[in-house]
Ligand binder design. Sequence first.
Ligand code: T3D
Length: 264
Amino acid sequence: MAEEVLLRTLDEGVLRLVLNRPDKLNSFDEALSRAALAAFEDAARDDAVRAVVLTGAGRGFCAGQDLGKRDPRAGGPPPDLGHTIETYYNPLVRAIRGLDKPVVCAVNGVAAGAGANIALACDIVLAARSAKFVQAFAKIGLVPDSGGTWQLPRLLGEARAKALAMLGEPLDAETAAAWGMIWKAVDDAALQDEAMALAKRLASGPTGAYGAIKRAIHAAATQSLDAQLDLERDLQREAGRSPDYAEGVTAFLEKRPARFGGTR
Ligand code: T3D
């Protein structure tokens, strides 16, 4: 049987997805692109999934597009890269950002090209101290995709975004954390356990509120304070009617840990 390019396990409400083409640094071929997109679409429909962890097998997280599938020496007309972006990368980024559940990324090694920007599309990014982020695109004559030109200036400011995108130099995990590009860098040996512990904590939390937090923070990138205040009012109204809010307040008053059902 062919090796699975994406491994999926469900544990205590956490769907763990492992990009599994380690000999190609988990770069995306069509099979992996399809599998990753399907996994996030399935996660949206499955109430048993209350958080997702995305990581890579082997020494890398993901080296972006599989360049072996783009060899110009094979002849023929140039590929339509816009088609791949439209068919795979953009839907994947939209599926991760649009998932009403927290997505934790455990960057276990180098994250390059689309791999780096898919990591940044996740909600909470942990990286092994030895991991590096590489906006490799310009090195092969391309432009950052998968949301990179949107994320980088917002997270880092224009100066750092442009330098990373034009120079394609690796950014180490500690610096990425110090610059606010990711949540934190952790010891290599602790990465997977920390990511799972964090995701399990989120999976036992108020899933509806987490979804609303995502929506509010994403909306803030493009709208005025007035519009954002209105959105917060609406989301809070909805949250205030949820069983998880009633449970949270009851647990506070009874001085016990809350038992959130995650119902929305
Ligand atoms: O549809 C479209 O094409 C448009 C969409 C574009 C999205 C993109 O992601 S474009 C950007 C594509 N990615 C890159 O340009 C990154 C290319 N890789 C690298 O620059 C380096 O490999 C890394 C910086 C990621 C890691 O460097 P290093 O020294 O740690 O590892 P390495 O020795 O370069 O790579 C290890 C193996 O993985 C090697 O194979 P080998 O020689 O052991 O058989 C290498 O060829 C392979 N590999 C790494 N990246 C890719 C790859 N194979 C295919 N595609 C890759 N992207």
